[in-house]
Unconditional design. Structure first.
Ligand SMILES: *Cc1c(COP(=O)(O)O)cnc(C)c1O
Length: 438
């Protein structure tokens, strides 16, 4: 299932009433399906509304123009508050997670001939940002955290490798310590893609503050959202300047110049990935709610983990730092795809839908990567001897394919009621043993 289909599936029927459980054994645990929820928009209230109205009333929808201190500086204020929240010196707000990645790739000055190691299971943009810079994507396996397996990184390093992209998927931090150690040993840069884990942390530090640079998405399905939007964070003023210039057709705005002190670079070829003030206003209201939203989601997920702990033999997704995980989805591990698929069917019958790992793709097996398709036949990525010889496809990530076929995830939202949590626990107690028996 692609992300759009998944999103449609989880939102379909969102207005249906949540009906309470029936007595055990007599029919499904719920009468109406439990549905997923988008955390950010679910928390929209007067705070977001008044930010948007203020921008409209000021008639200042564009972020630049020397209006600091007039109230017409939503994006700039969001950048300050977001950087403070993550614990980096700088944040840059942009138009999407994808343009955040492209800005971060520009910040790292990646280009033709450079190789980047990334997990075989991630969203398209993690890879397309590399290819659009004409650099070469090199895939490594994921482990049972669904994130980059540190044990598979070193073998993929060549003299051309410049960076490792650690992606933190579905709220769960990648095991960063060994990844950072490998990067230090080989003098590589680390980009953290935190698009799906905004606010999560690893050993007490927020994701995004541990690598050289990091990106976030504020698209509708992510932790906090304005429909579309993204951010780049770093504590390195030179990386920040290059990202700022790239996102603003090579120019450095006054507000960003003031943030870094002295400019170190001149203009270069960039793009327009600027965030507008309406989006900035919504994100400002949302970042102020981030901790509340994730605390609620974590508390609900913790109840689910607790409630399932007594099921004999049950195992979950690998979590390198359970306290830093956003908690949802709660992924249950099976020995085979057949067991997993039986479990999905049984949970559907209980009206507590679960799904395979989603919101990402096994990129080496997507036809456009496997066949190296770009808009131009002479695209530099795959026209070097190395680019021509590298092989993608299922053969480069068999463990990733196997792992993803054996897990099913239960979405746990921040506003799920105690009843919802009880229904989840009851449904798994029925469906899990049945799925193992087959
Ligand atoms: C969503 C996502 C992106 C891209 O973000 P958009 O805002 O949709 O452009 C990048 N990486 C990952 C891992 C994502 O999940």
């Amino acid at each position: 299932m692609n992300r759009r289909k998944f999103v449609t599936a989880v939102t379909a029927g969102a207005t249906l009433p949540r009906l309470s459980a029936q007595p055990a054994g007599s029919g499904p645990v719920r009468e109406q399906p439990l549905t997923g929820e988008f955390w950010g928009p679910l928390h929209y209230d007067e705070a977001e509304r008044s930010q948007v109205v203020e921008v409209l009333d000021l008639r200042r929808p564009f972020r630049f123009g020397g209006r600091t201190g007039t109230g017409a500086d939503k994006v700039a204020t969001f950048e300050k508050e977001f950087a403070a929240k993550i614990g980096t010196r700088f944040a840059l707000a942009v138009s999407s997670g994808t343009t955040a990645l492209e800005s971060a790739v520009a910040a790292l000055a990646l280009g033709p001939g450079d190789e980047v190691i990334l997990p075989a299971w991630t969203w398209h943009s993690t890879c397309t940002a590399i290819v659009r810079a004409c650099a070469l994507p090199v895939f490594a396996e994921v482990d049972e955290s669904f994130n980059l397996d540190p044990r598979d990184v070193e073998a993929r390093i060549t003299p051309q490798t410049k960076a490792i992209f650690a992606v933190h998927l579905q709220g769960n931090p990648a095991d960063l310590d060994p990844i950072l150690a490998i990067a230090r040993k080989h003098k590589l840069r680390v980009l953290e893609d935190c698009a799906q884990s905004v606010g999560a942390s690893y050993k007490g530090r927020r994701l995004g503050s541990l690598g050289h640079i990091a990106i976030y998405s504020h698209q509708e399905s992510k932790t906090i959202s304005s429909g579309e939007g993204g951010s780049v964070v770093t504590s390195d003023p030179e990386l920040y300047e290059r990202a700022c210039r790239f996102h603003n057709v090579g120019n450095l705005s006054t507000v960003h110049q003031q943030a870094i002190g002295e400019a170190r670079l001149g203009p270069f070829v960039g793009t327009n990935a600027r965030m507008n003030e309406v989006t900035g206003g919504i994100m400002l209201a949302q970042v102020r709610k981030l901790d509340k939203i994730i605390a609620a989601a974590r508390a609900n997920a913790a109840r689910v983990y607790e409630g399932l702990a007594d099921i004999p033999g049950i195992r979950f997704r690998l979590r390198p730092d359970p306290a830093g995980d956003l908690g949802s989805p709660v992924f249950i591990r099976f020995e085979s795809k057949a067991q997993r698929d039986r479990f999905i069917g049984a949970m559907k019958a209980e009206n507590v839908p679960v799904s395979p790992p989603s919101g990402s793709v096994i990129l080496p097996t997507t036809p456009y990567i496997e066949n190296k398709v770009t808009v131009h036949p002479a695209w530099p990525t795959w026209n070097t001897p190395r680019g021509k010889s590298i092989q993608y496809g299922a053969a480069c990530c068999p463990r990733t394919i196997d792992i993803l076929s054996r897990f099913a995830g239960i979405a746990v939202g921040p506003k799920y009621t105690s009843r919802d949590i009880q229904d989840i626990i009851a449904a798994v107690h029925k469906a899990y043993p049945a799925a193992l028996k087959g």
